[in-house]
Design a protein around this ligand. Structure first.
Ligand SMILES: Cc1cc2nc3c(=O)[nH]c(=O)nc-3n(C[C@H](O)[C@H](O)[C@H](O)COP(=O)(O)O)c2cc1C
Length: 372
């Protein structure tokens, strides 16, 4: 029998002390189906995640570590008892279906809006610099504003919020956590020299700009063993606004990866970039170049993501460029994506108009193979 080209994706993998049944990860995907004001996960979300339990590992949608950390209407939290009970339904459903699930811990920092806070206060950021992003509020998107600069007390609170959320996540039955250290959120806002103008121990040289990320990581490590804690990090950010790549971006990400390597973590999740990077300061990191670059700096488990199909995933894992591959839109549209890859079956097409919906439509209604 000839081996299938994607065979390598179905070799089991030891992720710390967890045995993954395949190398296929469901990427973190905000889907805005939580009851909003309380940010509580519901039965619909339990059904959605259980449908996708064929992945070797599920990483949940970004989930707020505190009320302050919110910045997207309809996204859930993991900081109080009601949310913990909601997530318990999700983790039980995934475990009953034979899956493993980590929660993505999220603090949006300045990428938020006063419309989202009950008292109408401004979001917090490293400095009073508008991140120039669009913010998803109730009923649509609005431009971000200039945040209030965080005091040292605010920073201490944010670190404590990560520790607390890590504990709530453990109580809710998650198998581990992933810190959202990438894209345009609080840790990138501190790492980025345009949004971080601080002159204290959290601003200036890269060791200072990275301090908040590592303090939050160490707080989470008070709750979880290191082999149950992952971090999403890397140079791929927004193509627009104050957080786009600069000449500092690559050096900053290299510093973060080298330092993460000391922690014996569960994994690091690395994004590629779909868009054309020509003319940007990171154009030499286009396509798989970013993967090969960071693989050299990081020997632990690397989860690769963005624009990778099954054949490409098998090639990357086969050559050791990464250990696992995360699929985002593939998992939105195909609850049984792993099975479809295994059988080389056709895929359902995603319907982007329902990515951030509020109902079962475009969420739990994509058919599995057995139903098509
Ligand atoms: C609807 C949607 C929501 C997303 N939400 C998150 C999120 O909450 N956290 C995160 O780290 N990435 C998020 N992403 C990025 C995905 O994890 C992933 O990087 C992206 O879909 C590219 O992978 P793909 O080419 O396999 O789809 C989101 C992407 C999409 C399309």
């Amino acid at each position: 029998m000839p081996t299938r080209p994607t065979e390598v994706l179905f070799t089991p993998y030891a992720l710390g002390d967890l045995q993954l049944k395949n190398r296929i990860v469901m990427a973190p995907l905000t889907r805005t189906r939580a009851e909003n004001r309380g940010k509580v996960p519901n039965g619909l979300m339990a059904e959605y995640y259980a449908q996708r339990a064929g992945a070797g590992l599920i990483i949940t949608e970004g989930t707020f570590v505190s009320e302050q950390g919110q910045g997207w209407y309809g996204a859930p939290g993991v900081y109080n008892a009601e949310q913990a009970a909601g997530w318990r339904r999700v983790t039980d459903a995934v475990h009953s279906a034979g899956g493993l699930i980590f929660v993505q811990l999220w603090h949006q920092g300045s990428v938020s809006h006063r419309f989202l806070y009950a008292d109408g206060r401004l979001p917090l950021g490293p400095s009073a610099v508008n991140p120039e992003q669009l913010i998803h509020v109730e009923g649509g998107k609005v431009p971000s504003e200039t945040p209030r600069e965080m005091s040292l007390q605010d920073i201490k609170q944010a670190v404590e919020d990560f520790r607390h959320a890590a504990q709530v996540a453990q109580d809710a039955g998650f198998d581990g956590v992933q810190i959202q250290g990438g894209f345009v959120y609080i840790f990138q806002q501190f790492l980025h020299e345009v949004t971080n103008r601080r002159t204290d121990q959290y601003g200036g040289p890269v060791e200072n700009r990275a301090r908040l990320l590592f303090e939050a990581l160490e707080a989470v490590l008070e709750v979880w063993p290191s082999n149950r804690v992952g971090v999403k990090a890397g140079p791929m950010m927004s193509e627009h606004g104050a957080l786009r790549a600069t000449d500092e971006t690559l050096r900053t990400s290299e510093y973060v990866y080298r330092k993460l390597a000391d922690y014996k973590l569960s994994h690091v999740l690395l994004m590629r970039q779909n868009a054309d990077l020509t003319g940007t300061p990171i154009e030499h990191l286009s396509g798989d170049a970013v993967v090969h670059h960071f693989r050299r700096l990081y020997e632990g488990t690397l989860i690769l993501n963005v624009g990778i199909n099954a054949q490409h995933a098998a090639q990357l894992v086969g050559e050791g460029a990464g250990d696992l591959v995360a699929f985002g839109r593939g998992y939105i549209a195909n609850p049984d994506l792993a099975e479809r890859i295994r059988r080389d079956a056709p895929l359902n097409e995603p319907r982007p108009e329902y990515f951030y919906g509020a109902s079962a439509t475009g969420y739990t209604d994509y058919p599995a193979l057995s139903q098509s």
